[in-house]
Design a protein around this ligand. Sequence first.
Ligand code: NDP
Ligand code: PMR
Length: 399
Amino acid sequence: MALQAASLLPCAFSLHKEGKSCATLKDSSLFGTTLSCNLKSIFTPAVAGNKELTKKVAVVPIRAQTAATTPAITQSTSGQKKTLRKGNVIITGASSGLGLATAKAIGESGEWHVIMACRDFLKAEKAAKSVGIPKENYTVMHLDLASLESVRQFVDTFRRSGRPLDALVCNAAVYLPTAKEPTFTADGFELSVGTNHLGHFLLSRLLLDDLKQSDYPQKRLIIVGSITGNTNTLAGNVPPKANLGDLRGLSGGLNSLNCSPMIDGGEFDGAKAYKDSKVCNMLTMQEFHRRFHEETEIAFASLYPGCIAETGLFRNHIPLFRALFPPFQKYITKGYVSEAEAGKRLAQVVRDPSLGKSGVYWSWNSTSSSFENQLSKEASDGEKARKLWEVSEKLVGLA
Ligand code: NDP
Ligand code: PMR
């Protein structure tokens, strides 16, 4: 990440490579923040492992079929599994942005069936049609991550469909940077953490059993993270910074009644709540890896797909931000990626044999090569991941 961030440094910033390393960004009403940071300290902790992966997972021939019912497995003479069916992937929030672009990249191949898990059924159907995913390659299923009941219903509906589950992509998110007051999920959790983390936590915990049962050669559970939750990067140092503290707000239920709506117990801040939720996403992926990878052979992964500056994620930001954010990312930070490119990147994490390593936070360099990135201290804190897991289990009714 450090390398990536360093290569993205805006030329307009005052940057001294030697002596006092310091980049100062003047306050900008466009981006609503003043950032004065010591680049050396930001970049030093992160060592970008910008290298091609060496571990190759056995590539297994997959022949497309139109129906995905009972899997047909045969054993080859070499002892390798062969499957004759399509893979099945659930993608949450596939009605726009990254989720839709990923559904398109995967759904048009003919080798996968995409279950688009979306809160707005009609919007998702129209979106799938508008990007031209062949209708035999996708199914829209209703899922509102801001309701634990809806998550449970979704899992039931999916199981009734009779499809095996080979990959799950936790992609949906809300970002509420201009909210003055918190809003809440059906279960009374602050909306960003409730949707982005707790809804996905319950979903992935319930669907773990389904993934375990899959006979597909590569089983994957992917939780989308972000650079802005990682304080070992320049982007992650733009205030307000992610910080889960001792999880006292989360332990209290994030409901603003007898506790704070923020994970760390502080005052409500919509932008921080989103970044905190991304830290939760990245910690959850690692805790899944620690608890289940060896036993299940499922690969757990997270990623930062690049700055997809034109998606619906910024729908609640002020219009001036929405107008200037894409050129800022394209020409100043050079962190911009199109939805289509980001969708291809996430699709790689779903199905590319070379990205099958578990416990990895993937990123891409400027030539679109993937590399195993380094998470911030907090986003890789094993003890915090364990505590987050236990508190989240209680909140979603699993413990
Ligand atoms: P979008 O707003 O385009 O996509 C978010 C999706 O989440 C939408 O389909 C939305 O549904 C869905 N969603 C929101 N709330 C719920 C809910 N309660 N239940 C079910 N689905 C819901 O944003 P992006 O494509 O940018 O974001 C996708 C992921 O990428 C997020 O995890 C985000 O954190 C991550 N990301 C984005 C970056 C960027 O630069 N844009 C950078 C790094 C990571 P609907 O269409 O109905 O609104
Ligand atoms: Mg950021 C290396 C530079 C870099 C990158 C890759 C991003 C990505 N951002 C960078 C730098 C900066 N941003 C700088 C220097 C500033 C101050 C001017 C800045 C500001 C900024 C704002 C106000 N950036 C933002 C916002 C948002 O509201 C977005 C956000 O934080 O959403 C949570 C955002 C983002 N910047 C990114 C990315 C990927 C985002 C989008 C969201 C996300 O993390 O999912």
